[in-house]
Design a protein around this ligand. Structure first.
Ligand SMILES: Cc1cc2nc3c(=O)[nH]c(=O)nc-3n(C[C@H](O)[C@H](O)[C@H](O)COP(=O)(O)OP(=O)(O)OC[C@H]3O[C@@H](n4cnc5c(N)ncnc54)[C@H](O)[C@@H]3O)c2cc1C
Length: 349
């Protein structure tokens, strides 16, 4: 909380909602709660990986994906041991992992040859994947519009829900009323604001993060697979001939603004990891809000009204969990049996 270079910032002062959220978060910080929250997420993550692979095969959508695994890098023996314990828990529940030394790290990803001396080792997760979420979603939307007749209304603001008895009669927007057989609330952190106005217990807090996407000047110096510098909270992925970096968790409300200073520590770490690979002046910068639940497990399923559903609160894992969450919710709405065990995943109000 006090070392800003590490990229975790909390502004408790004027935000009573953050205090309330923080108390609920602290209640989840026990070994027992951690286990109970991690297992449903892991199940959903496996399902999502299979679902996105099936979906990209079925639709032919290319999204600069790589299926070479991810390296979680540790700078000290201590942090490697802690990572091995954490990932060991996931390994016990089906995620293959390998603890690797710096030589093997650089063998797996030659892009880390120069930086390996800064590290004690890494956890290698060979079945993890990376890809460009923006490319995937924009191409999926184009496919759905052209091939499936989906009608997207971009730039339309949802203002509230009109409730009649136990149903949502209509969604109120700045472009008029929309009614539907089923309505899915999936507005990121704003889902919490709307949900609470209609009596849902939806404690979602916006956790801000920054991302930079940069063309590689020298592709041979860039990473060949995804990774994360676990001690600096900087994640990276290789998207075609681009490098995407992300970092920082700021608990500072709904502010989405950003400036060069927010990226300085991230670029310093990335230059150390991949010296000579990129020119930060060419970076495309972005800031976003992670819709974070205190349990860090998304909320999926029917909520309070007979035709209202939730698919929200995915926190820092919305891309990882997206395809499986969508498929699970589609099955629930259609009255089909879900393909995975839903224990710990369904919304309860
Ligand atoms: C820097 C950063 C890095 C990340 N990296 C990863 C990663 O590596 N892997 C991973 O799995 N996840 C990652 N995430 C998390 C991931 O981005 C989120 O979990 C995901 O975007 C959540 O998706 P969502 O559709 O629920 O919400 P959002 O992406 O926030 O989408 C919600 C949508 O609802 C719209 N909306 C909101 N209010 C209204 C309204 N009133 N009317 C109409 N529309 C509205 C918004 O405009 C938005 O388009 C990262 C997040 C950040 C910020």
């Amino acid at each position: 909380m006090f070392n800003h270079d590490l990229g975790i910032k909390v502004r408790l002062g004027r935000d009573p909602y953050l205090l309330a959220w923080g108390l609920r978060f602290l209640r989840q910080c026990t070994p027992a709660r951690k286990r109970a929250n991690t297992l449903p997420k892991l199940r959903l993550a496996f399902y999502s990986r299979d679902s996105i692979n099936a979906l990209s095969e079925e639709t032919g959508i290319a999204y600069d994906d790589r299926r070479k695994g991810i390296l979680y890098l540790s700078r000290s023996r201590e942090s490697l041991d802690a990572a091995a314990r954490n990932y060991g828990f996931l390994a016990d529940h089906g995620l293959p992992i390998e603890i690797v030394d710096p030589e093997r790290m650089a063998e797996l990803d030659p892009g880390l040859a120069a930086a390996r001396r800064h590290f004690a080792g890494a956890v290698y997760s060979p079945t993890d994947q990376t890809g460009d979420s923006r490319l995937f979603t924009t191409r999926l939307a184009a496919y759905a519009g052209e091939r499936l007749g989906v009608d997207f209304r971009y730039g339309t603001m949802v203002e509230g829900l009109d409730i009649e008895a136990d149903r949502v009669r209509a969604v109120r927007t700045d472009a008029g009323l929309f009614s539907a057989d089923s309505i899915v609330l999936a507005m990121g952190p704003e889902s919490g604001l709307l949900g609470r106005r209609h009596g849902l217990d939806l404690p979602i807090y916006p956790v801000k993060g920054y991302a930079a996407t940069i063309p590689l000047e020298d592709e041979s110096r860039g990473p060949t697979m995804g990774g994360a510098d676990e001690d600096r909270y900087v994640a990276y992925s290789r998207l075609g001939n681009r490098l995407r970096l992300s970092c920082t968790a700021e608990f500072t409300g709904f502010d989405r603004s950003f400036g060069p200073k927010n990226f300085a520590a991230m670029f310093r770490t990335a230059h150390e990891l991949f010296p000579g690979a990129f020119d930060e002046a060419k970076a495309e910068l972005w800031a976003g809000l992670r819709p974070m639940m205190p349990r860090s497990v998304p909320v999926i399923g029917r909520a309070r009204y007979s035709n209202l559903y939730l698919d929200t609160g995915h926190g820092h894992l919305g891309w990882t969990l997206a395809a499986g969450s969508g498929r699970l919710l589609a099955d629930l709405i259609a009255g089909r049996a879900p393909e995975i065990d839903t224990d710990g995943l369904l919304y309860r109000n």
